[in-house]
Write a new protein. Sequence first.
Length: 679
Amino acid sequence: MEIRSGNTEITGRLLSVERKTRVSGGTTLEVDLATVVSDSGEVRSVEITPAVSVRIADQGVNGDVGRYLSLLASTHRQDLRRMTIAAAGSGARQLYVSYISEVPIWKTTYRIVLPSKTEDKPLLQGWAIVDNTTGEDWDNVELSLVAGAPQSFIQQLSQPYYARRPVVPLPQTAELTPQTHESAMLGGLGGLSGVVTDASGAVIPNAQVQIVNTQTDVASSATTDNQGRYEFDDLAAGNYRVEFHGNGFQTTVIQGVTLGGNGEQTQNATLQVGSMAETVEVTATPPSVETSEAMAPPPPGVVGSGRELGNGPGVKRNRGYGTAGGMIGGAPVPGNGLLSEARGRTSAAAEGADLGDLFEYKLKDRVTIHKNESALVPIVQVHIAAEKVSLWNNSLDSQRPLRALWLTNSSPLTLDGGSFTVLEDEAFAGEGLTDPIKPGEKRLVSYAADLGVRVDAKSESRPQRVTRVRISRGVMSMTREMQQSTTYTVRDDDTTPRTVLIEHPLRVAWKLAEGTPKPEETTSNVYRFRVSVKPKETSKLEVGESEPLDTRYEISNVTDDQITLFLRQKSINVEVEAALRKIVEQKNRVAALDAEISRRNSEKQKIYDDQQRIRENLKALKGSPEERALTQRYTQQLADQETRLATLQKETQDFQTKRDQAQQELDTMIQSLSLNVTL
């Protein structure tokens, strides 16, 4: 700044501008003082009066001020409208005016705390990061956070539109593109079983049980056995409704049964005596989510502030763990039991609710967020089911798999997509990104590299061979298989056992061969196989695949040589050979009759040609001395040929009749032949 007061000029950096009270002549005045620090370090204060001039010497700040003034001037633009609200009638009343203001997308971040005890479940904590960029303070406001992907765009409603198509610009959305793993399309299947009894505890056999997926409306049915037991297998993760029907009993419907996949759950039912038309509805008890307070008070001896906890004695500070509930990083520290207890007593400050295709986190208490500030709001505090695995895919271009968690959202909440951090033994283990996870959905999230495991893959292709022969309507189809085997070798160099998930590519038209282990789940691109490896040992997984290739032959064109070749290649068996041999024999009979007919036609043609020669010779004998003798000779020869022609004509007709009959038999044999042989 350059400050001029009379002949005095002060140049330096502006330190502060503050208003102070000064008493002069018994009068109390409020004056503004500007404090400037010169380049030499001298600090001077100048009272700002009308006689004092101030110039901004910093070009950057001067440009910012100019842009701000331009922004203020833009409020007088023609595309802005003044809205007037008119109320008809008389008397005072209150008007509530609401509007939508564009704000940044709220972000989600999670923390997954892996327990040190095997009997405990991992703890999932989630926070919403909310930014207030509206230009005014949010003072004691009600705040709801909605997760989803609604369509939105900007359109100038106050702008006049004429007889032409309006231009609606596309929205500039900010989307998170997480590096997440694909969710399952098949597999990851669970089961549900239980016992159906009456009010006295006696089992009810032959009761009808129906389970319906409330999201897809896919239903399955089962009947209880003599012990009143029912069982459903291969159920996809999701929310279900279970209905129990029995003769002489009321229909019982249990709502809200959540299956997480890859697990068996038990749901028993007790039917009351009555009519099947009567229905009793029961709601399955969901996992409880405590949302009574934003932060529970810490137990004695535990500091509640994240900053103080991160700086405590014996605590090694790590990046990003001095906020949001007092998380720490680094090496394990004494008193982790108290830390776990304090974390367990923490609860979310929001309540979740479905809004159709969206999901809402509504904060139970009002919040205050000043302008240009952000808030970190706890929205999730729930124990979840998680399995620690190592994930390997050939696309990683490394023998080292990824450390991953197989999470099952066992809570009734929809977990919005965002970043997450994994803590193990109160130490930072890794971080990653996740897509939105619905209740009951099972997802795979990776967070680190597993340096203790190596995976090697080798593929081998086998020659084609015929696996099935089908004959129908005169066509023989041979199904060959292109076979390929991939062997995965997994080595655990660590001192702890590993569960490794191998992602094998899912190719169109290829099927898993018999003897290949059943995959844990299937996505649209890969199979996921589970391999358990003991410390310092090696395990192998062999995945066999086959691709069918069909070759078609017209049976009417098959020859003896082809049949011999098929036998040599083991493309047909004895049954197919016998059927084809009969066809070929009948074809040979037809061919033999065709040959007989052809020979007689050829002989008749020769006779016709010879008769033509004789007639030409008779014409040439007119008036010659030899006419009489040769005429008698040629006449006798023509008579013999006519006799032979009559015989040949009759034989040809007989052979033609036999040939037509043989051809009809051949056609019937070909059309009626139907075989389906697996080799």
